[in-house]
Design a protein around this ligand. Structure first.
Ligand code: FE
Ligand code: FE
Ligand code: ZN
Length: 277
């Protein structure tokens, strides 16, 4: 079965996201844990979460993905920004335990001129402070396009972060198709080669989720501008190969394309049609 969903607004709570996902043919969804710019999160509504668990069980939603605010930068040069990243992620991880056993994705950060080695150490340091043996959430590092001073632009940088973290069993990777293509991994012409490189450097057992986005820019442009599926430089055939690849088929796929709900519904329908049962 294809596990497919898209990014949804979390402003009306979990039940609303579940029902919205169902209405567009999805069986999973992604959401921001709080305003993407990173302000205070709303209190968790216990009734909403309880009802969500019932609905998700009935409708066969087995996994959801929370996305950290993208202003969160664990390797900023500014101590206040790093402290904000720590407080935010700590609060997010606490809240994730209301929906145990799910995925929490974040951008590894931007080293802002301090160098990628420093960035890698700072981000790994944050994870070492926050991850606990009892947490049920798997924290995912997202593959980045390499715009500006982003770390996580290569499989080597992600592996370097993971290698510095003690509780490695709490960590995984979310591969974003737009980001890796922009970063110079040719998933259009050599998907097998890219996955084998991922396996050699990180290990495919760490790959826990895929962001499905086409790219507005050409290969290796380090830009990070998402495009609708089939309307960018990656192209629709490549997405057919990605969702059907034997090494990827079992993973949850999340659209973060520039769409309203009806556009997402159409993309989900298209991907389902391309999925070989
Ligand atoms: Fe992201
Ligand atoms: Fe993404
Ligand atoms: Zn992106």
């Amino acid at each position: 079965m294809l596990t497919i969903g898209c990014h949804l607004s979390s402003s009306k709570g979990f039940v609303n996201m579940e029902q919205t996902a169902m209405s567009i043919g999805a069986n999973t969804f992604q959401f921001f844990t709080r305003n993407p710019r990173g302000s205070r999160a709303k209190d968790i509504d216990g009734d909403d979460v309880r009802r969500f668990h019932e609905l998700a069980a009935d409708d066969g939603i087995s996994v959801v993905l929370a996305h950290a605010p993208y202003t969160l930068n664990p390797c900023s040069a500014d101590e206040k920004t790093r402290e904000f990243a720590k407080l935010t992620m700590a609060d997010d991880l606490k809240r994730m335990e209301y929906i145990p056993g799910n995925l929490y994705n974040f951008h590894p950060g931007s080293h802002v001129g301090q160098g990628s080695d420093t960035g890698i150490s700072m981000t790994a340091g944050l994870l070492n402070e926050l991850l606990t043996p009892n947490q049920t959430t798997t924290v995912l590092l997202e593959t980045m396009a390499g715009k500006g001073s982003e770390i996580g632009r290569s499989f080597e940088e992600l592996a370097a972060i993971i290698n510095k973290v003690e509780l490695k069993d709490k960590l995984g990777v979310c591969l974003d198709t737009c980001h890796v293509y922009d970063a110079g991994y040719d998933i259009v012409n050599d998907l097998d080669g890219v996955l084998s490189e991922f396996d050699d450097i990180i290990g495919l057992e760490r790959l826990r989720a895929i962001h499905l986005n086409d790219s507005k820019n050409p290969f290796a442009s380090h830009k990070d501008r998402h495009e609708k599926i089939g309307e960018g430089s990656i192209g629709v055939e490549a997405f057919g190969r990605i969702i059907n690849h034997p090494l990827l088929r079992g993973l949850p796929f999340f659209l973060e394309t520039p769409n309203e709900l009806c556009g997402y519904a159409a993309e989900i329908k298209l991907l389902k049609e391309m999925y070989i049962l």
